[in-house]
Design a protein around this ligand. Structure first.
Ligand SMILES: Cc1ncc(COP(=O)(O)O)c(C=O)c1O
Length: 378
């Protein structure tokens, strides 16, 4: 058994929180209006502007955003949606909840683990209605190329942009993009999400669906803007509250700076790996546009990842994996048996996610690489 270290723990990810967040939360309490008020509206406007969009819709998670996107565009039973298996399970659970069928598409390869256009073409059928892109690790997919593919085949294009908050180029070419503010994301509201929907009518539909399909909110009625309300669609309670929006407004001011720091740390990782541990590969080209949400690396083939993770933990370094492929989960195996995605499986066998967040120092990066080197040697 490896001996535990006395060095401080290097966490996989860590939210940047402080006095401004505390003050923003206290101000909401002092004001006394707790949900779907002016802060939520302001947060939507600021987020939209950052992404070059006309407007945005705040919701309580990216999962809610994904679900609303599909519903706002009438994706449902009988429809097929092309989707990666290398993603978080919310991407495909929401497709199932819509009543549509996820069709798993392989990735290009281990050095670019993005959805393969070639495999997507092979998986087209008369029932294909949409493609769901996922900007894995914040590394942007080529939205223009996928827009062309979608238009060629009369498909809708959606983006799971959970990893890509702050990235221009998301939310502009698709029907709808969904962002996450979960605790481990590049900015956080604890739980929270945002949708960018280009078409104004569909965006309005998503807004109405967010709150039970009602035509007026509690705030509208409190402010005298509406007396009663009608219900015009079968919606949900996917609302965002003012506490989350208040945190979001503070966090978004620092998001682009944090993304820069993440990219700088990623570049340092690449340099240190090339110099000291070239047997470990870093996917994607160094100049690939990214929010640097996570730091995925590929272990040498045949490595016992579980053992490596335990040895790194004993040296005070957390690690994880992104992701176990969805088509291997029990529920999905039972429902969609016999799926084989060779490139996805090869990638998932070797992938290890190492710490990356703005509070790391370059010294921490070097310690992480050294701990991985030791874990591999042992
Ligand atoms: C790729 C991806 N999609 C969707 C989600 C769901 O986000 P949320 O937790 O905000 O619902 C996540 C969250 O981890 C994610 O990583």
């Amino acid at each position: 058994m490896p001996q535990p270290t006395s060095e401080p723990l290097i966490e996989l990810g860590a939210p940047c929180l402080g006095e401004p967040e505390k003050q923003a939360l206290c101000a909401v309490i002092d004001d006394g209006w707790l949900t779907m008020g002016d802060r939520v509206r302001r947060f939507e406007k600021v987020f939209a502007e950052m992404h070059g969009a006309d407007d945005a819709v705040a919701v309580h998670s990216a999962t809610a955003a994904l679900q609303l996107s599909l519903q706002a565009f009438d994706i449902g039973p009988g429809d097929e949606v092309l989707v990666p298996s290398l993603t978080f399970v919310a991407t495909t659970n929401t497709i199932l909840h819509s009543g549509a069928t996820p069709i798993f598409v392989d990735i290009e390869g281990v050095s670019c683990p993005h959805l393969s256009l070639e495999d997507a073409r092979r998986k087209l059928s008369p029932r294909t209605r949409a493609v769901m892109l996922m900007h894995y690790g914040g590394y942007l997919m080529d939205a223009a190329r996928w827009r062309e593919f979608a238009d060629q085949h009369g498909l809708l294009l959606f983006e799971d942009a959970a990893h890509a908050a702050g990235m221009r180029g998301t939310g502009t070419l698709s029907e709808a993009a969904s962002y996450s503010f979960f605790t481990n994301k590049n900015m956080t509201t604890a739980e929270g999400g945002m949708m960018i929907v280009r078409d104004e009518k569909r965006r309005q539909r998503a807004r109405v669906l967010r709150a039970h399909g009602m035509t007026a909110s509690t705030l509208d009625r409190a402010r005298g803007r509406a007396v009663g309300y009608d219900v015009v669609d079968c919606g949900h309670n996917y609302r965002m509250d003012e506490l989350r929006a208040a945190m979001g407004l503070v966090q978004i001011e620092r998001l682009l700076g944090w993304n820069d720091t993440r990219r700088t740390l990623t570049a340092h990782y690449r340099k240190i790996f090339a110099r000291t541990l070239p047997s470990v590969q870093v996917p994607f080209k160094p100049d690939h546009e990214t929010s640097a949400h996570i730091m995925p690396v590929l272990l040498p083939e045949g490595t016992n990842r579980h053992q490596v993770m335990e040895r790194m933990r004993a040296q005070g370094v957390q690690s994880s994996m992104h992701y176990p492929p969805i088509h291997h989960f029990e529920y999905y195996r039972n429902r969609f048996p016999g799926i084989v995605l060779p490139e996805t499986e090869r990638y998932c066998e070797r992938e290890l996610t190492i710490p990356l967040h703005p509070q790391l120092s370059t010294g921490d990066v070097e310690r992480v690489v050294a701990s991985l080197g030791k874990a591999l040697e042992a």
